[in-house]
Design a protein around this ligand. Sequence first.
Ligand SMILES: Nc1ncnc2c1ncn2[C@@H]1O[C@H](COP(=O)(O)OP(=O)(O)OP(=O)(O)O)[C@@H](O)[C@H]1O
Ligand SMILES: [Mg+2]
Length: 254
Amino acid sequence: MASIDISGLVKDYHDRAGNRTRVLDGIDLSITGETFVSIVGPSGSGKTTLLNIVSGIESHTAGNVSLRAGDRDARVGYVFQDPRLLPWRTVDQNLSFVQHDRDGWAERAQHYLDLVGLGHLGDRFPAQLSGGQQQRVGIARAFSVEPDILLMDEPFSHLDAMTSRTLREHLERIWLESRRTVMFVTHDVTEAVQLSDRIVVLAPGGHVHETIEVDLPRPRRASDPAVAVLQAEVLARFEVLEARAAAARAEVPA
Ligand SMILES: Nc1ncnc2c1ncn2[C@@H]1O[C@H](COP(=O)(O)OP(=O)(O)OP(=O)(O)O)[C@@H](O)[C@H]1O
Ligand SMILES: [Mg+2]
């Protein structure tokens, strides 16, 4: 079973004058097993920084991060904000490229492309796909390496509302079929409610403001009243936090 364990995580940035800005201030977070956890928070609260530290792209100042699968290091997949497909390779070749010669990749690639509804487009090049289709290939590619842990940073934020709604449904379906430990960053609270078992709200200053358990049956539809009610409730709480963040910014002298 995979787990992400973060304890006492601190991140400071220093500017050229040597001034320190603390963007993560003692984050403790444990995600264990086949759980889908979203990280939400106002802009600048440190969501991307947190994900980048967890993925190893970025260093941290203090604290510990451990990504384990049983008694070994976890295999980690990453879905970016833009799909980052290789333009000179077909869809199939983009998936095969990340497989590092593991056996059975062609079946796996086909399986995950089918799950995102693109099983018939393996011969196309990325430029021959819409933005939403490219992002679906990105998701299929991330799942096809069968990582223990999947990290996603706002994978739908560049897409229009209708396309991102469809992609959320695809993501939930693929996750239900192939459960992973997921850490998903989004600024969209309603998206977090639809997809997550747990929502971690980061506050400006980089600490955990609150944690919300989402205990709704799956698959979830945006049109389901129970989903809509919880979305409205969480959004109302989030708006209070955002207003506080905006007020704090206004108090900082220019
Ligand atoms: N390389 C850097 N040097 C200095 N400060 C940085 C650097 N990268 C990020 N920051 C600062 O760290 C804070 C957190 O940034 P981060 O990108 O993690 O926020 P975020 O929650 O992902 O925001 P958004 O919702 O806008 O994507 C911000 O105040 C940002 O200005
Ligand atoms: Mg960000």
